[in-house]
Design a protein around this ligand. Structure first.
Ligand code: PEP
Ligand code: MG
Length: 876
């Protein structure tokens, strides 16, 4: 067997090798191929990283040997040598995953310096200050990143020295000062590590490579991967590159540049540089960098070469580039290039411009914008300058994007009152329940201590487009006393809080928010996405208001109208409660009679907003106890208004208690016990459609959806009620109307028997929230409590309630889709679980041939783009 290659010189790779060499490595190789001046080096592959973990966090001897061989080759090309007394080689060691993960992993500069090479550098450059400054930086970085000695300890030493010398800036320290400081740094190192600072550059290098591999699994990298859908199995490569120095005097310098404006997308080269400086000086902001235009005055020849390379790179990659460069004694080098990170506005402008400039096709341009980025165009965000000044006091799940700021409200009722009085409030709850709906609507944002990505708060907030941070377990909230405590500090209803639903961050102060502007590029770009995509996009909406919003965002119909949400409104809840406490069918029918006109009005409103777009209306789903109060006080109060005794109502509440309500008396099981509920709902659906047809001329084809079916007999039972009632209503109104009856597939048994179920169901909608809950066997409301342990211990990488588990739950979806089609070839297939708004899950739905995805209104644009991307990647 041929020996596996784990190390590549830059000159041995190219841009197609991203998976193996990482993004940065592949680009360095490509730049080398293009003849751009790149300090040379080699790449230790992502496969070596994976092997490091397979071997129990150890670099194998074979890989070490291969690294040594490549050091030799690098020494030959550069004419420099590790540890040389004449011309020492120094390198940088940087991480580089397939996609860039800024600041997540570690970097080491000036590796190769030791007690002797520092002297040689001092002589060669005739600049001892530079040599000792590089060495002290290296010792600090290496000790911190590789050996785990805290950076702060070194910073204390340099601060002490500055104080002793009476100076302010590092740059005011002399060569002798820095030499003395190096001595102190080494002493500190010895004290902390019990051995001398490593002098052998080859040993330094192996330790540094190991540290980069190790950093792939540091906590912040794990969190970043989870938020950005990056699988742990990708691993990181390590780039070892010859150092060039921008701090060798006034003919040297260093800088960063973007080939277009990363904030606005304008076609203008944006760059900054500093002469006589190293990269970190530009970033650290101690000295103010100069705009790139100044370089033309300072050195026109270099400026021209720089501009030529920027154009070459942008034309080559056909995308906006983010580059780092260094000028060493009048010679220009490019240290890296990558597709630049950009704001959503810039991303859209650049994508549209590149098509207009003939650089990209529409299909290629569609892949250039990250779907989730569109979120920031639809919601307020924090003022960037303001947010930089604040530190988060806690972090929860980024449950619904956007930013919100307001005074704390601990109950929904209070939130509603204070908002009505003109105050801005953030609703803070242990968890929300359907009764909180009005407070949730009134609040600027919602923060909960418990609950995951499909918890009530998260789902409802996403539906309304309100910012929400859920499952923020470090907050101690006392709803009775109306206090929130974190890290010993107590916040009350008079304090401000700010929450960021895109990151999960919570701030204990007021931070200004800004509303983004939607530019014309958005419409152009989204029109291309619509031309391309094969999946239809529907929305989950249960009010005319949400429906209108979703249609404005491009929804092509409703995929899920949860009728129970209408029951919680103030004017209905009493009738719903009467229905629940009814002692017999007659009383129940009387209560339902009251609900009928209200429900019919809701549907009329929704149909009118939809015009003729399709609407899937789901019948009552939650367990009935959700509509009743639970504390004795509340029961007492309600009993009075309902003309019942406390005991009577208390008994009803207790009789509805279930040990596991999510697997209890809910969904179609309610209609089996109380057929009259399904009758009333059918009547409302059909009467509303007839009315809208009469008044507006819209041809509505309602799709009635029966939830939580596990057996064809359940579906058949409820469907018979629906058909019977619908026929009666049509006869009464002397109008014919087409309608469909279908089911949710959200119980594993339904997926397994989908071929039978399709005999009765005219459509399936995959309810992947429940399907995930029931397939994994863990509760969607409680899993957030322990899933964090799973991520930390790398048992899971992703929240299966946010991102479809393609190997398990996804296989049930795929199988049910195939079985359904086998029985009924034209069966309509969709998804309405929260995954319907998640880009990677949408790609899966496209690949298994669903007809549509349905998601909350504010995720509709994201879904349109994700569906187009799926079609470009895998045309169907
Ligand atoms: C589902 O289970 O995926 C679904 C959409 O229904 P609900 O979230 O209302 O249970
Ligand atoms: Mg469900």
């Amino acid at each position: 067997m041929e020996k596996k290659k784990y190390v590549y010189l830059f000159s041995e790779g190219d841009e197609t090798m991203k998976n193996l060499l990482g993004g940065k490595g592949a680009n360095l190789a490509e730049m080398t191929k293009l003849g751009i001046p790149v300090p040379q080096g080699f790449i230790v592959t992502t496969e070596a990283c994976n092997k490091y973990y397979e071997d129990g966090k150890k670099i194998s001897d074979a890989i070490i040997e291969e690294i040594q061989e490549n050091i030799k080759k690098l020494e030959e090309t550069t004419g420099k040598e590790f540890g040389s007394l004449e011309n020492p080689l120094l390198v940088s060691v940087r991480s580089g995953a397939r996609v860039s993960m800024p600041g997540m992993m570690d970097t080491i500069l000036n590796l190769g310096l030791n007690d002797t090479s520092v002297e040689v550098m001092a002589k060669l450059t005739n600049n001892p200050r530079f040599a000792y400054d590089s060495y002290r930086r290296f010792i600090q970085m290496f000790s911190d990143v590789v050996m785990g000695v805290e950076k702060r300890l070194f910073e204390n030493l340099i601060d002490e020295m500055k104080e002793a010398r009476g100076v302010h800036f590092d740059t005011d320290l002399t060569a002798d000062d820095l030499k003395e400081l190096v001595g102190k740094y080494k002493e500190l190192y010895k004290k902390e590590k019990g051995e001398d600072f490593i002098q052998d550059p080859k040993k330094q290098l192996i330790e540094a490579v190991t540290a980069v591999f190790r950093s792939w699994d540091n906590p912040r990298a794990i969190v970043y991967r989870r938020l950005n859908d990056i699988p742990g199995e990708w691993g990181t490569a390590v780039n070892v590159q010859q150092m060039v120095f921008g701090n060798k005097g006034e003919t040297s310098g260093t800088g960063v540049a973007f080939s277009r404006n990363a904030a606005t997308g304008e076609k203008e080269i944006y760059g900054e540089y500093l002469m006589n400086a190293q990269g970190e000086d530009v970033v650290a902001g101690i000295r103010t960098p100069l705009p790139i235009a100044k370089l033309e005055e300072q050195n026109p020849a270099i400026y021209k070469q720089f501009m030529d390379i920027v154009h070459t790179l942008e034309n080559h990659y056909r995308d906006m580039q983010d580059m780092e460069f260094t000028i060493e004694e009048g010679v220009l080098y490019f240290l890296q290039t990558r597709n630049g990170k950009r704001t959503a506005q810039a991303a859209l402008k650049i994508a549209v411009d590149l098509v207009e400039e003939g650089m990209l096709t529409k299909e290629q341009a569609i892949l250039k914008v990250e779907p989730k980025q569109l979120d920031s165009l639809l919601h307020p965000t924090f003022d960037t300058a303001e947010i930089k000044k604040s530190t988060a006091i806690a972090k929860g799940l980024p449950a619904s994007p956007g930013a919100a700021c307001g005074k704390i409200s601990f109950t929904a009722e209070e939130a509603k009152e204070r908002a009505a009085a003109g105050e801005k409030v953030v609703l803070v709850r242990l968890e929300t329940s359907p009764e909180d709906i009005e407070g949730m609507i009134a609040a600027e944002g919602i923060l909960t201590v418990r609950g995951g990505m499909t918890s009530h708060a998260a789902v409802v907030a996403r539906g309304m487009g309100t910012c929400c941070v859920a499952g923020c377990g470090t907050l101690k909230v006392n709803e009775e006393e109306k206090t929130l405590e974190v890290d010993g500090k107590v916040y009350t209803t008079e304090d401000y809080i700010s929450i960021d639903g895109s990151t999960g961050n919570v701030y204990g102060e007021a931070i200004d928010t800004v509303t983004p502007e939607i530019s014309g590029h958005f419409a152009t770009f989204m029109a291309w996405a619509d031309e391309i995509r094969a999946l239809k996009i529907r929305t989950n909406a249960d009010s005319p208001r949400d429906t209108k919003q979703a249609v404005e965002f491009g929804a092509e119909g409703i995929g899920l109208c949860r009728t129970e949400h209408m029951f919680f409104a103030e004017d209905r809840i009493m009738a719903v409660r009467e229905m629940i406490v009814a002692k017999n069918e007659e009383e129940r029918r009387a209560a339902l009679e009251k609900l009928l006109p209200m429900q019919r009005e809701d549907f009329i409103g929704i149909y009118e907003e939809l015009e003729e777009r399709p609407a899937t209306i789901r019948f009552l789903d939650p367990p009935l106890h959700e509509f009743l109060p639970h504390t004795d006080e509340e029961i007492e109060e309600l009993a009075k208004t309902m003309g019942l005794t406390f005991e009577e109502l208390k008994n009803t509440v207790e009789s509805l208690h279930e040990f596991n309500p999510m697997m209890g008396h809910r969904g179609c099981r309610l209609a089996v016990s109380y057929p009259e509920i399904a009758e009333m709902q059918t009547r409302a659906v059909i009467e509303a459609a007839i009315e809208v047809k009469k008044n507006k001329g819209y041809n509505i084809v309602p799709e009635i959806m029966i939830p939580l079916v596990g057996d064809i007999k359940e579906l058949k039972f409820v469907k018979d009620i629906v058909v019977r009632t619908a026929e009666t209503v049509m006869e009464e109104k002397e109008t014919k109307l087409d309608y469909l009856v279908g089911t949710m597939i959200e119980i594993p048994r339904a997926a397994v028997t989908a071929d039978e179920i399709a005999k009765e169901a005219e459509f399936f909608s995959f309810g992947t929230n429940d399907l995930t809950q029931m397939t994994f066997g863990f509760s969607r409301d409680d899993a957030a409590k322990f899933l964090n342990d799973y991520y930390e211990r790398k048992v899971y990488e992703q929240d299966p309630f946010a991102k479809l588990d393609q190997n398990g739950v996804g296989q049930l979806v795929k199988m049910a889709a195939e079985k359904g089609r086998a029985t009924r070839p034209n069966i309509k297939l969709g998804i309405c679980g929260e995954h319907g708004g998640d880009p990677s899950s949408i790609e899966f739905c496209h690949n298994v041939g669903l007809n549509y995805v349905s998601c909350s209104p504010f995720r509709v644009p994201v879904a349109r783009l994700a569906a187009a991307q799926a079609q470009v990647k895998n045309p169907r």
